[in-house]
Design a protein around this ligand. Structure first.
Ligand SMILES: Nc1nc2c(c(=O)[nH]1)N[C@@H](CN(C=O)c1ccc(C(=O)N[C@@H](CCC(=O)O)C(=O)O)cc1)CN2
Length: 299
């Protein structure tokens, strides 16, 4: 029976430490990290995530700025808002909630955010920094996955990792982070031949495809560590519920450790967003990132 990796608990501890460091930063340097979150449209899941981001930022005593724009907002209006936030010294981190409606070019919007305020780590400058081993901002979900992995496994050197999914938000940065930890990394996707066999070879399996329960237990190598990034809303027996990309009930019998959905990777995403905002504030003021928070994240 697999160990359940409790991301919710880990994220709560990390957020509490971030909150302590925010107070210290304010007392010692008169700096309050500021997070601006922009939501375009009324997607119900996005509304929940944005509300949770703003609430958790306030709980950590950060300054939280929320902008809600109508579904049909012209792209230029969104770009104007980003320009204003780029220039606002009270805002250290800017996040545009994805997905965006079709009239908005997501790439243009992401590229308009000042790289040092891009706390999502999606700007090409930060993507390039990650690829070349720099110290730019790392996207929140892969960062959270890596913290859970390192906490559970310690040294990852030499392990075979399979990343299922090749999105810019999760799959690609996750593969880069695993490579940085000396894993042997494979990225699998919808055109991969022999997906089940690829999965069975993996000591670490990251599932990030957005397909409910796509990975059954018999695709998992006995003892493997499974990180389930999927957050799929399904209806079962007349009830709405959240499930991952992995079939948890069968996987739990084979895996060595597994993240649940909900309560695994999801809460880490927001904790890492707050961490990235705190780091951005420190850097913008020429201050070191507090050691305590790094210890809480990685220790
Ligand atoms: N600009 C961004 N947009 C999106 C990102 C992102 O990192 N940056 N990621 C996802 C959504 N996301 C954050 O925005 C996110 C998803 C899930 C959770 C979470 O806490 N999930 C809970 C369940 C919550 C629920 O009941 O729905 C869990 O898994 O336990 C947090 C953040 C896409 N967009």
């Amino acid at each position: 029976m697999a160990t359940i990796i409790d991301g919710k608990h880990y994220a709560e501890r990390l957020r509490a430490e971030i909150g302590r460091q925010v107070v210290q930063l304010r007392e010692a340097h008169l700096v309050t990290p500021g997070l601006a979150v922009i939501l375009v449209g009324e997607d119900p899941a996005s509304q929940v995530y944005v509300r949770n981001k703003a609430r958790q930022a306030r709980e950590a005593t950060m300054a939280s700025f929320e902008y809600r724009l109508p579904h049909g907002v012209p792209q230029e209006k969104l770009l104007e808002l980003i320009e204003r936030l780029n220039a606002d010294p009270a805002v250290h981190g800017i996040l545009v909630q994805l997905p965006l409606p079709p009239q908005v070019d997501a790439e243009r919007v992401i590229n308009a955010i000042r790289p040092d305020k891009d706390i999502d780590g999606f700007h090409p400058v930060n993507v390039g920094s990650l690829a070349t081993g720099g110290d730019g901002t790392v996207p929140c979900t892969p960062l959270g996955c890596m913290m859970l992995l390192k906490h559970h496994l310690g040294d990852l050197s030499g392990l075979r990792a399979l990343v299922l999914g090749r999105s810019n938000i999760v799959g690609k940065p996750m593969a880069t982070l695993l490579l940085r930890e000396n894993c042997t990394v494979t990225i699998a996707h919808s055109k991969t031949v022999g997906l089940d066999e690829e999965c069975r070879r993996a000591d670490i399996l990251i599932a990030a495809v957005g397909r409910p329960r796509m990975v059954p237990g018999d695709w998992i190598k006995p003892g493997a560590t499974v990180i389930d990034v999927g957050i799929n809303r399904i209806e079962e027996n007349g009830k709405a519920r959240l499930v991952g990309d992995v079939d948890f009930d069968s996987a739990v019998a084979t895996a060595g450790a597994i993240t649940p959905v909900p309560g695994g990777v999801g809460p880490m995403t927001i904790a890492c967003l707050l961490l990235n905002t705190l780091e951005a504030a420190c850097r913008q003021h020429g201050l070191p990132v507090p050691a305590g928070v790094m210890e809480a994240a990685w220790g």
